[in-house]
Design a binder for this molecule. Structure first.
Ligand SMILES: [Cu+2]
Length: 169
């Protein structure tokens, strides 16, 4: 092997060593949403409520800036559905945004769709909600993006947090 060959291999190894820490640093966070009916009792009245995983409000999606997010949504009702990640910037993944008939076909009954996107250059408390017909009246939840650590405020840690979702019916 000549000097040139050795130089090429050395350069290649240095390149691999430089890139490895970055490729393994990214975390993928996975969630499974079942859109389903649930019997709910409030103030002595029981009625069917459209929910995700039987929860109202639905499950919180909690991620960190830089994470890849995979949310598999399974439609367990008779009507079509989709979920929209409200306020989230989709960089090069517009098809994962969620509005039915705008960025995707609706998820049909008994079918699933996996939303896959990376959360980049954004942080804070957002909202996800159903984006088909009026399902958003009860199908919604928080989407929390923590900033990269250390946190950019004094003390560097969170004392307490209470997500508040404002909804109408
Ligand atoms: Cu929205």
């Amino acid at each position: 092997m000549g000097n040139f060959g050795f130089l090429m291999i050395s350069t290649f190894l240095v390149l691999i060593a430089t890139l490895l820490p970055y490729s393994s640093a990214s975390t993928t966070r996975r969630f499974h949403f079942n859109v389903e009916w649930k019997k709910v009792t409030r103030l002595c009245h029981t009625k069917q409520l459209l929910t995700v995983n039987g929860q109202y409000p639905g499950p919180a999606v909690v991620v960190h800036e830089g994470d890849t997010v995979e949310i598999k949504v399974t439609n367990r009702i008779a009507q079509n559905t989709t979920i929209h990640w409200h306020g989230l910037r989709q960089y090069r993944t517009g098809w994962a945004d969620g509005p039915a008939y705008i960025t995707q076909c609706p998820i049909r009954s008994k079918q699933s769709y996996t939303y896959r996107f990376k959360v980049e250059d954004q942080r804070g408390t957002l909202l996800w909600h159903a984006h088909h017909s009026w399902q958003r009246a009860s199908v919604y939840g928080t989407f929390i993006i923590y900033p990269r650590q250390p946190y950019p405020f004094s003390g560097g840690h969170i004392q307490s947090e209470i997500p508040i979702i404002l909804g109408t019916k």
